[in-house]
Design a protein around this ligand. Structure first.
Ligand code: ADP
Ligand code: MG
Length: 374
């Protein structure tokens, strides 16, 4: 019984080097490859990645709908790798709501409790509470076909939560809803998770959704986990070029490491020394790396506090609501700058851009990728 689970007694779900392989005519295909991740009790944990990156397969491995070729799945410290779904204390909400069309809303929500053998008098108040929690108290007698998409998904979520599973697995539960309703239900979902303190594992391809909802995010790419961290970690400290490009907007510069200590790196970009914060995976002097600077981290105008400074000419200015986005041609290349509610001081004249080393992230690049633009 789960001998190696001891060191992960603090985790509710633990995947250890899990791989799922599908046979194809071209040979073995790894839908999920060597994924290790840990979800703690009460966490809102998201799997974020583009279509085909292995999110659903990972969720199905946790839910017991797939068995991995390699690795182990632990839930609550117990090795459940080969257990069927009904022997795991998890509940899955799929993208399609999968409500029973012939049952009323109340009967749909009550279903897991009926299966568990609870008496009618025990079930009724819990169904009422669930209807209230999801702000659909008046819909109990309707059939699914008489509900909007947003209402159907609320019913599906209420049904999932009513049996209080240790872990709720949600596979893109909001993707079929239109933008306004999606944001509403998203908000409710987050509040509900906080109130109930249940553990959610949430699959989405929508980075905004993942950043807004999650305590931690695993970014997936081609069946692998690229990075796991808080939304802030992922956004401000991407550890790979993929994560940096996938999340948000950024400026990328290619350069060669000149100097390095525990905290700071100096990287030569087009003959200019740029100060940056040293990455976890420390490169060696002479290595080619990518520097990432978020557009909102570039300051317009002189600053004594800045570690880096470059001058340039504005190539274009775009107003996006309250934000102003400018492209500035500099000797480092074109840089995109975002200003919040700034006055449009950026005409054709020379502009000075500054930024701190702290906001300049070194990302190790594979040796083949750097193209010097000297
Ligand atoms: P995501 O949910 O991130 O879109 P999936 O986990 O559904 O990705 O799929 C990951 C990859 O595995 C995809 O390339 C998909 O085509 C493949 N895949 C998923 N399920 C199967 C299956 N049953 N048989 C063969 N290939 C599959
Ligand atoms: Mg999927």
């Amino acid at each position: 019984m789960g001998t190696s689970a001891g060191s992960h007694s603090n985790s509710l779900v633990y995947l250890e080097s899990v791989s799922k392989i599908y046979p194809t005519t071209a040979g073995e295909f790894y839908a999920v490859q060597n994924v290790t991740l840990e979800v703690k009790p009460g966490e809102f944990f998201s799997l974020l990645g583009s279509s085909g990156s292995g999110k659903t397969t990972t969720l199905r491995l946790i839910g017991g709908f797939e068995i991995p070729e390699y690795g182990q799945v632990f839930i609550g410290g117990e090795d459940v790798t080969e257990h069927p779904p009904y022997r795991r204390d998890v509940h899955t909400v799929f993208q399609s709501y999968a409500l029973f069309p012939h049952l009323t809303v109340a009967e749909n929500i009550a279903y897991p409790l009926r299966i568990a053998g609870l008496s009618r008098s025990n079930i009724a108040p819990r169904v009422q509470e669930a209807l209230r929690m999801f702000r659909i108290p008046e819909l109990g007698d309707r059939r699914p076909s008489q509900l909007s998409g947003g209402q159907q998904q609320r019913v599906a979520l209420a049904r999932a939560l009513i049996s209080r599973p240790k872990v709720l697995l949600l596979d893109e539960p909001l993707s079929a809803l239109d933008a306004k309703i999606r944001e509403e239900v998203r908000q409710e979902l987050r509040e509900l998770q906080r109130q109930t303190n249940l553990t959610f594992i949430y699959v989405t391809h929508d980075q905004e959704e993942a950043l807004a909802l999650s305590d931690r995010i695993a970014v997936m790419h081609q069946g692998r986990v690229e990075q796991i961290g808080t939304p802030e970690d992922i956004y401000t400290r991407p550890e790979s070029l993929f994560v940096a490009q996938f999340i948000g907007k950024a400026n990328f510069l290619t350069g060669q490491v000149m100097q390095l200590d525990a905290e700071m790196a100096i990287v030569m970009v087009n003959g200019i020394a740029v100060k940056a914060v040293a990455p976890k995976q420390v490169p060696s002097p002479g290595d080619w790396v990518t520097l990432m600077i978020r557009p909102e981290r570039l300051q317009v105008g002189q600053s004594v506090k800045a570690d880096n400074q470059v001058t340039g000419k504005t190539a274009s200015v775009t107003y996006i609501g309250q934000r102003i986005e400018s492209n500035v041609d500099t000797s480092l290349g074109q840089l995109t700058v975002t200003q919040l509610g700034g006055s449009a001081t950026m005409g054709q004249e020379d502009v000075t851009l500054t930024w701190t080393a702290h906001d300049c992230i070194v990302i190790p690049s594979p040796p083949s990728s750097p193209v010097s633009s000297v």
